[in-house]
Design a protein around this ligand. Structure first.
Ligand code: BGC
Length: 767
């Protein structure tokens, strides 16, 4: 679980949301110029954006209504100090102070970022980040921030994502100020930025009116291991802090931007790799850069997969075809909030805040006037679950700021990417709370308790049947059913079984490959409260090419005493196929125990055996003590207690390998019920029952069995400890998955709504 005082917030930046006002006294900054020069998609700019500077009171009210407890925002340097240094714009002081106080009136803790890429244009004109004077300029800006806001704000972050403003802004030229500088220059810029950060930390603390908390918010993709093997984990850890990127992408680097700040030195590997391009780096620089911080911020959006190669060297693993992506094309990799956070914390050992995380989606307003964004919910749930897991592992995670509250100006992408949990109509400035915001509200309210990591997963358990070859078996399970059978004498398909003589495995999903018996032992939550010490039922399909022996089963008490504690065997049959004028052996003609003894011992089989006619769709309950036999040509679905105890009374004197099969005459005589249940109570017609509802065929001490014929859309709540289903005809959909004849599955306890449609017949059972 997350700490009790975990900080649940949202994040934004000044330029992305504020907008401008001709009267606001703000200076121009590099993004204004970049926009004027056509650097933004569709020729957009941020002169209005979310108009937050005029609407923040309502925006914070909305945050309060949605339960947001903390807001990471940034101050636009050029708004506060239009010339970059010197004069302070009092209108900006008043605006930001009022914003902060308004946040607090709404119960929202402010986290102020000093630099979210908003460099005053006048400073850019003087060389910007390339000019070493920026250390002094930024220090002065920090002083102004501390003097004007530290009485109302306690948390400060110096730089946002130096990787981006150095790399995207000065190496690739896709962000303001749109430069494509040499490697030497970009290393100088990075070094200046880190020194400016250090100077800001000093001045923030020095000029603050009270003790404050200061942090830093770098970013990067996070390496995560392909598996949980120690080798893969070590390989991922190595790569995360290494220098694998080609030179023209060098700024995507964790260690270069974090080791100096948190560890006081540039990483050795980088010093070697970059030696030709580095500026002079002094010990004094390093002291300045590594000012003690109170926390480490990290903006984490995604990661890449690493494994240990055969030679032990780390390898990059390709993402599989169809790997999930956000609307911005970023991979969806929740593992980065587990492994990335773990690796960072191990190395830097500071309390950590996720200062940004979120996704852009193709959000649209639906006809109901709302914005449904299930993908964002799925994304956030997975990422936050990973974050909880790492916090459970002991990493000191203090807070999470979702990027972002309002859809806003996404830098060079203009308004084409919507990252918000609140939709903004940029033509009318109307805000519409997206589904994800309501969801995040619950997450915040419950301190993460409602995340899926805290729920036991309850997937549909599709099973792999086990096949049994029998002397009387046939080949229809292979020809008429979609199974790979072991031979043309396959008599039984153990479709849902946890019996040691044929334990089914789960076909797919998180429990794939697990036997049903193991699942029963290890995940009792899937099977509800039944009181049984083992999985109680067994579902089989039987294909009898020739007659089965005449047999009888014991009840629980008899089996327990004589068969090593086994269950007795009560079973029932739904007739799937049979020839015309077919019959089953059900019951016998002996009137009393004496006659039973005589008939069996004297082999008066034709007098003894009672045959009853049956047809496709008939249903027969075989209680313990019932003499019975399946005849050749019949296929049926059997639901029974989880037992394999059968007493053979008579086998038509057949020989297998020259010998008769073993009989169990004494036990049979012990357990056979005399007289037998009357013939008319023994077979029930179940071929034509009302459609689209569960028709109860039997309810006895051991199971309930239903027949369900689906021809329309139907839905019902799964309210049994667990519900077994076998599709015996046709095909359809079950909660978004196609199912068809031959599928057998279990809907676990608490599964919820079951939605079925199609054209199919199902036999269901439960205890
Ligand atoms: C930045 C934000 C940006 C977000 C989504 C981060 O790199 O700090 O300003 O909007 O990612 O691209």
């Amino acid at each position: 679980m997350f700490r009790e005082d975990f900080v649940w917030g949202v994040a934004s930046s000044a330029y992305q949301v504020e907008g401008r006002d001709p009267e606001d006294g703000a200076g121009k900054m590099i993004w204004d110029t970049f926009a004027e020069e056509g650097g933004i998609q569709d020729g957009m700019d941020a002169m209005v954006s979310c108009d937050h500077m005029h609407r923040y009171k309502d925006d914070y009210k909305l945050m309060r209504l949605l339960g947001v407890k903390a807001y990471r925002f940034s101050v636009n340097w050029a708004r506060l100090m239009p010339e970059g240094t010197g004069a302070v714009n009092e209108k900006a002081v008043a605006l930001y102070r009022d914003m902060i106080q308004e946040m607090k009136r709404n119960g929202i803790t402010p986290y102020l970022t000093m630099y979210h890429w908003e460099l005053p244009q006048v400073l850019q004109d003087r060389g910007g980040w390339l000019n070493e004077d920026i250390i002094g300029w930024f220090g002065e800006y920090a002083k102004v921030i501390a003097e004007n806001f530290s009485d109302v704000c306690e948390y400060f972050i110096t730089l946002n994502e130096p990787q981006c403003f150095v790399g995207l802004g000065h190496l690739h030229g896709v962000n303001a100020p749109g430069k494509k500088l040499s490697y030497e220059e970009t290393f100088q810029i990075a070094h200046n930025a880190l020194r400016a950060h250090g100077q800001a930390v000093i001045n923030l603390r020095k000029y603050a009116s009270r003790p404050i908390q200061v942090g830093y918010a770098p970013t990067c993709g996070m390496a995560y291991p392909a598996s949980d093997s120690p080798e893969d984990i070590e390989a991922a850890r190595q790569v995360l802090f290494s220098f694998h990127n080609p030179m023209d992408n060098w700024t995507w680097n964790v260690a270069w931007f974090s080791d100096p700040v948190f560890l006081g030195k540039y990483p050795e590997e980088g010093m070697v790799k970059f030696k030709d391009y580095l500026p002079a780096i002094t010990e004094e620089d390093m002291r300045l850069i590594s000012q003690p911080l109170d926390f480490m911020g990290q903006n984490i959006y995604n990661g890449y997969i690493i494994r240990a190669g055969k030679d032990g060297e780390p390898e990059f693993v390709d993402r599989t075809a169809g790997f999930p992506k956000t609307a911005a094309g970023w991979p969806v990799t929740p593992q980065c909030l587990y492994w990335g956070v773990k690796f960072l914390y191990e190395r830097y050992q500071l309390p950590l805040y996720i200062t940004e995380n979120g996704m852009s989606c193709h959000d649209i307003v639906s006809k109901d006037g709302r914005v449904h964004d299930p993908n964002r919910i799925t994304f956030l749930d997975a990422y936050l679950s990973a974050l909880q897991k790492v916090s459970d592992d002991g990493v000191d995670v203090r807070g999470y700021f979702l990027w972002t509250f309002l859809d806003n100006f996404e830098w060079n992408k203009g308004y084409t990417e919507r990252f918000g949990i609140v939709y903004v109509d940029f033509n009318t400035q109307k805000r519409i709370v997206k589904d994800s915001a309501y969801w995040y509200q619950k997450v915040m309210e419950t301190n993460g308790a409602m995340l899926s990591i805290n729920e036991k997963e309850r997937p549909i358990l599709f099973l792999n049947p086990v096949f049994k070859q029998m002397i009387w078996g046939g080949s229809r399970l292979g020809s008429e059913w979609p199974y790979q059978i072991p031979g043309d004498n396959t008599g039984e398909c153990w479709a849902v079984s946890a019996h040691p003589n044929g334990d089914c495995t789960v076909k797919e999903g998180i429990y794939a490959g697990c036997t049903l018996s193991k699942l029963w032992d290890q995940h009792p939550e899937l099977f509800g409260e039944t009181g049984y010490d083992r999985f109680p039922l067994l579902t089989k399909i039987i294909d009898a090419k020739s007659d089965l022996s005449i047999q009888v089963h014991p009840d629980d008490a008899y089996a327990k005493m004589h068969e090593n504690g086994s269950f007795g065997k009560t079973e029932c049959w739904y007739i799937l196929e049979c020839e015309e004028d077919s019959a089953l052996v059900i019951g016998h003609h002996a009137k009393d125990k004496q006659e039973l003894d005589d008939m069996i011992c004297q082999g008066r089989w034709s007098e003894f055996i009672r045959e009853l006619p049956i047809k496709k769709g008939d249903f027969v309950q075989i209680d313990p003590g019932t003499v019975h036999a399946i005849k050749g040509g019949i296929m049926l679905l059997e639901t029974q207690q989880n037992s394999d105890i059968t007493y053979r009374v008579y086998d038509y004197d057949r020989l297998t390998d020259g010998k008769p099969r073993q009989l169990h005459v004494a036990q049979s005589i012990d357990v056979i019920t005399v007289p037998a249940k009357p013939a008319k109570e023994s077979v029930m017609e179940a071929g034509e029952l009302p459609k689209n509802r569960m028709n109860l065929l039997i309810s006895c001490d051991y199971y309930k069995v239903w027949k369900l014929e689906v021809t329309e859309n139907i839905s019902f709540e799964q309210e049994y400890p667990f519900l077994i289903m076998s599709v015996i005809e046709g095909e359809g959909l079950l909660n978004g998955q196609m199912i068809q004849k031959g599928d057998h599955f279990i809907l676990p306890c608490g599964y919820g709504m079951v939605e079925l449609q199609g054209d199919m017949q199902i036999i269901a059972s439960a205890v």
